[in-house]
Design a protein. Structure first.
Length: 351
């Protein structure tokens, strides 16, 4: 058996355990605990809590198994995606095939498996907590606030996701698609360009902004009537941060000079500067924002790469001396890479 086959089997085993077996076992334990607690909670039981912490939805106690049921469906779906993504491109047409790019990365499958584990833990905590807070309560309307347990569930989900990520064998598949670059024959010492977010990204971000603004408006209107401003103030803050993030991610300037690479938003921030002395390798590759970086803008990919990814297409990728990688999609990426590689080699020869 070849080394590649062994690595593939190890990755498959990690995805199966982290993304399917352990999450389903966690949800099963949660379901058993909920069933055991059923006789000890009011009937009807609280099944939903309002923004002010009070129960506002009541039904059969069995309905508290719903989060576990949803978790089982999502775990199975995500586990199938995690297993199928690395080879889906070779077997059937789909969104990745339409982009005419390489198959989705193994790191994406690893990420989905880790998210599965975090999702299962969060839904299990919420299901068990929703029953636990009602123990010994005569009327479900008197059940205490569950928001604290929801926060605990979210924190446990983050920890479980990180643990699931690091528990799986690492896979570096981004370098397999990168192309080496030859220095520019023209002897140029400067290159500049800009990139604007693709229309598809603008539409998706616009929809997200509209939904967030609409939800904020509803919560503000409700708060003005009830006097409870907690959720409304939280959403106002979220909306402000979202608008700031979108505004600083629409247009970036890219410049190559004897100082190195500079990538900066049109408003000044965020900004990335990489000096020639910090560059170990210059490459170009084809990038798909959703597949490789999970979206548009200044991103951190699941394989650790950082980048400014505003559209699909050619990207300039820098590998630093430390091993960290940075990519930016821009028109003329091949020319920019050639100029930067020439400057890097000249700088190395001069040292």
């Amino acid at each position: 058996m070849t080394s590649a086959s062994v690595d593939e089997r190890r990755r498959g085993g990690g995805i199966r355990w982290v993304g399917l077996i352990v999450p389903l076992a966690t949800l099963l334990v949660g379901a058993i605990v909920v069933v055991v607690l059923l006789p000890h909670v009011p009937d009807p039981a609280a099944v939903h809590w309002s923004g002010d912490g009070r129960p506002d939805g009541f039904a059969s106690p069995w309905l508290n198994l719903l989060p576990v049921g949803i978790g089982v469906v999502l775990v199975i779906l995500f586990a199938w995606l995690a297993r199928a993504l690395p080879r889906l491109q070779q077997t059937r047409p789909g969104p990745a095939a339409l982009s005419q790019g390489p198959a989705p990365t193994v790191s994406t499958a690893r990420f989905l498996a880790a998210v599965n584990l975090g999702l299962a833990v969060m839904l299990t905590v919420i299901s068990v907590a929703s029953m636990g807070v009602q123990l010994g309560v005569a009327d479900a309307a008197d059940a205490p606030d569950i928001s604290g347990w929801a926060a605990v569930g979210s924190a446990c989900a983050v920890v479980a996701t990180l643990a699931g990520w690091f528990a799986q064998p690492a896979a570096s598949d981004g370098d397999q698609r990168a192309e080496s670059v030859e220095p520019s024959a023209s002897g140029r010492t400067e290159w500049s360009g800009s990139v604007v977010m693709a229309r598809s990204g603008q539409v998706l971000l616009g929809i997200g902004v509209l939904i967030t603004v609409a939800l904020t408006g509803v919560l503000v209107a409700r708060a003005s009537l009830t006097g409870s401003w907690g959720s409304a103030l939280l959403m106002i803050g979220v909306t402000a941060l979202l608008l700031l993030a979108v505004g600083t991610s629409l247009v970036f300037r890219v410049r190559v000079t004897t100082d190195g690479l500079r990538v900066r938003s049109i408003v000044g921030l965020p900004s990335t500067r990489i000096r020639l002395s910090d560059i170990a390798k210059v490459e170009v590759l084809d990038v798909d924002p959703l597949r490789d970086f999970g979206g548009w803008g200044w991103r951190i990919a699941v394989d650790g790469r950082r980048g400014v990814v505003l559209r699909a297409g050619r990207a300039l990728q820098i590998t630093r001396i430390s091993g960290r990688r940075f990519a930016v999609t821009v028109d003329g990426a091949d020319d920019a890479a050639a100029v930067l590689e020439g400057l890097r080699r000249a700088s190395s020869a001069a040292r």
